[in-house]
Design a protein around this ligand. Structure first.
Ligand code: SF4
Ligand code: MG
Length: 291
């Protein structure tokens, strides 16, 4: 029997402010899982700290609500313990690109099969409006002086660090976001889906209208201007040219091999060196150097 969106709903009362972009992300995630026909008991959702971190309460699956910035190491651990689970990590820009930035870089390097959905609202919403790592230069709130730091651009960082799937969505275009999340879940390896998800309470600058005016939808480009999502260099150039303000599939490595596939007999109690998928010459040189 086909899995329905209803199976992914919970009875928990939503805590988010009316109009928060996170509602669109929640709807898209539930739809993506249902459309992929994945049963809720085959899903683990690992959420970080922040308004966005509450998403775990609203998705009927296995859930872990972990410490600030630590969604990715927990998610990677869950995946390595049971590779048959669909593992999704979720959080915000403050959580993932602030205190969690080190884990972000290493999750990309390891390429463990986890889909990371980030609700990026360019502000710390839960703590009432401080500048976050993605807040723009000059961004100001009632509790923050104008921001004199340059923002990090998460998709550019991810593609540059070697990520094998990078997409960016907008929470008010749920239809596109469903496809981007589905693509990330199906992708064998680490997948980043950064979602512009407006905070209607503490970010008066990056509003829904602002995103509608400023985001370039890669799906709408004329045939001659089409972006090739399988070319890493052109993805980097495109992101730099548009300062990261795009939505759609940015990059996917069609030859991605997740960490788990590099170990024969993964899940066995012990793994011999001969089980590891290593370059033989490189390995022999390393052993020689150590002798
Ligand atoms: Fe959403 Fe902002 Fe309200 Fe948090 S404070 S629930 S991010 S609108
Ligand atoms: Mg935030």
């Amino acid at each position: 029997m086909a899995v329905s969106v209803k199976q992914y709903r919970t009875s928990a009362e939503t805590w988010w402010c009316p109009g928060c972009g996170d509602f669109g992300v929640l709807a898209a995630l539930q739809r993506a899982l249902a459309e992929l026909n994945i049963e809720p008991h085959d899903v683990a959702l690992i959420a970080g700290i922040g308004c966005s971190g509450k998403i775990g309460n609203y998705v009927n699956s296995y859930n872990l609500h972990v410490t600030h910035g630590r969604a990715l190491p927990a998610a990677m651990g869950v995946k390595l313990a049971n590779r048959h689970l669909t593992v999704v990590a979720a959080g915000g820009d403050g959580d993932g690109y602030g205190i969690g930035m080190g884990h972000f870089a290493h999750a990309i390097r390891r390429n463990i099969d986890v889909t990371y959905v980030v609700m990026d609202n360019q502000v710390y919403g839960l703590t009432k409006g401080q500048t976050s790592p993605t807040s723009d230069y000059g961004f100001k709130t009632k509790v923050s002086l104008p921001n004199i730091e340059e923002p990090t651009r998460p998709c550019l960082s991810a593609v540059s660090l070697g990520a094998t799937y990078v997409a960016q969505g907008f929470s008010s275009d749920v239809k596109q976001l469903v496809e981007l999340i589905k693509g990330g879940i199906k992708h064998p390896g680490f997948a980043l889906v950064n979602v512009f998800s407006p905070c209607v309470t503490y970010n008066a600058f990056n509003t829904y209208d602002w995103f509608r005016e400023n985001l370039v939808n890669l799906d709408d480009l004329a045939p001659d201007d089409r972006h090739d999502p399988h070319d890493r260099d052109s993805a980097i150039q495109m992101l730099r040219a548009k300062d990261g303000w795009v939505r759609g599939l940015i990059y996917q490595d069609l030859n991605s091999r997740p960490f788990e596939d590099r170990i024969a007999g993964f899940g066995a109690k012990s793994v011999a060196t001969s089980d590891l998928d290593l370059d033989e010459t490189l390995w022999n040189n390393m052993v020689r150097e150590q002798q």
